[in-house]
Design a protein around this ligand. Structure first.
Ligand code: GAP
Length: 453
């Protein structure tokens, strides 16, 4: 299983999905750059999330708040006091660990068993606002996007004339100075959260919690993750975060075991009341119809985009030992197919001239590329044999590949190859756009043309 993780890490680097930040200087632990394909994939996950929860629904609005907020925010939210992990240090070699993650109480660097007593280490990154670096100018990089949805609650509710139940959503960069990292991007120090604060009348919260848990979980099914690799984990009461009445994690079966991918929490009226108390502003809601004033309860579905992306890579990674094609079978190569869902695959269409030393064929292939480029994420590839190019596309999850061959010059048709079945149909160039659109919308590839191979 660890071997599988190594293969995924290697593919992610080799094919431009994910690599270490500032690698030429040796990299920085737990900071990752998303390359051309990783950036597209992350964007596609975010776009699907925005479509599902902002465009398709009428009860959630989007905001885009700042990473640095007023320092009082973190006092009110409880992060200054409670957003901590227990830090211990090996007395021999001074390696630091999160106490709850060091199971055998033995240093992995020197084997030492003598540790300092745990001290609470705050995970928020600190910075200073303006040129003076003193306590009065101390500020923090947000560790979650949630807080501006609470501090902006009243302004957004009034501007958009919203009545509970309604949600405010946000996605963006967050920062956590994690003590222990590892497992590739799973525990990064800079990452993106996508989350919703859904404001409801007190007493309605438990019903809405169940509703959001189902809705949130369905999003991961729709990303194409296999149902058997997802499960729910109900947090026991004693391990709940300081603001939570109930939290259920959605866990994914990563190569090293089940771990948190996303979650839904019932944050009660904790945050709004705390911000009201610390700011002196009234953040309650007045229900005109019921003539009732109350602090809404909050249901919070949350997820990390990088964890979703990592789960997608793990879930999609498929090896066929001995190969799927005559060429790979004869060389006993292992073929890799990244079976990423059609809705989010970074490259949708590859355009391939059969050979690159035939100018009419290259010209035709470039015309097809230009024709489709405005509608789909396309890639033009003319390096190596056509078989190698198909396999290169399969390895990064390209949904369909178009080959322009000698017949193309005679009858203006091309072959369209499906990544997962490797079947090919012959299609007239003017019909390509509509047919690819139908494939992306989930229509059966085999019904869209006559199978020729
Ligand atoms: N507002 C609630 C909140 O921030 P969280 O469980 O601490 O809750 C939300 O974080 C999500 O962010 C998690 O479900 C996880 O997917 C992701 N996440 C948390 N810490 C992370 C880290 N160090 N690296 C990558 N993703 C992380």
């Amino acid at each position: 299983m660890v071997d599988l993780m190594q293969k995924i890490i290697s593919l992610a680097k080799r094919r431009g999905f994910i690599f270490q930040s500032s690698e030429i200087y040796g990299g920085v632990e737990a900071l990752w750059d998303y390359g051309p394909l990783g950036a597209l994939l992350k964007n596609n996950i975010r776009r699907l999330w925005l479509k599902r929860f902002i465009q398709d629904q009428e009860d959630v609005v989007l905001i885009d708040g700042t990473v640095i907020m007023h320092p009082k925010t973190w006092e009110a939210s409880g992060h200054l006091e409670s957003f901590t992990d227990p830090l211990i240090e090996c007395k021999t070699c001074h390696t630091r660990y999160r106490e709850d993650q060091l199971l055998k109480k033995q240093c992995s660097q020197c084997g030492g068993k003598d540790f300092t007593p745990p001290r609470q280490f705050n995970l928020m990154f600190k910075t200073f606002l303006g040129p003076v670096e003193d306590k009065a100018h101390l500020a923090y990089l947000r560790p979650e996007t949630a807080q501006s949805m609470f501090t902006d609650f009243k302004t957004v509710q009034e501007a958009m004339r919203l009545k509970p139940p309604f949600g405010i959503a946000q996605t963006g960069h967050c920062f956590r100075n994690e003590i222990t990292t590892g497992n590739f991007t799973f525990r990064s120090r800079e990452f993106d959260i996508a989350e919703i604060e859904f404001f409801v009348e007190p007493g309605q919260d438990e019903k809405w919690f169940d509703f959001w848990l189902d809705r949130w979980e369905k999003f991961f099914f729709d990303l194409g993750l296999k149902k058997e690799n997802l499960r729910r984990y109900e947090h026991p009461k004693k391990s709940l975060a300081h603001y939570s009445k109930r939290t259920v994690d959605i866990e994914y079966k990563f190569p090293w075991g089940f771990a948190e991918l996303a979650g839904v929490a019932n944050r009660t009226d904790y945050d709004l009341k705390r911000h009201a108390q610390f700011s002196g502003r009234d953040l309650s809601y007045y229900d005109e119809e019921k003539k009732k004033k109350y602090y809404p309860y909050v249901i919070e579905p949350t997820m990390g985009l990088e964890r979703a992306l990592l789960a997608i890579l793990c879930d999609a990674y498929t090896e066929v030992k001995g190969g799927r094609t005559e060429t790979t079978k004869s060389t006993k190569e292992t073929e890799v197919i990244l079976k990423i869902d059609k809705k989010i695959a970074p490259i949708q269409v590859a355009v391939l001239p059969l050979v690159r030393n035939k100018p009419e064929l290259v010209k035709k292939a470039k015309e097809v590329f230009q024709l489709l480029k405005p509608y789909f994420m396309c890639q033009y590839d003319d390096v190596g044999s056509i078989g190698r190019r198909y396999r290169r596309g399969d390895e990064v999850g390209t949904i369909v590949s178009i080959a322009c061959d000698f017949q193309t010059l005679e009858d203006n048709t091309v072959t369209l190859r499906d990544r997962d079945s490797m079947k090919q149909i012959r299609v007239e160039i003017p019909k390509l756009k509509d047919i690819i659109q139908k494939i992306l919308e989930g229509e059966d590839f085999f019904k869209l043309g006559e199978i020729i191979k």
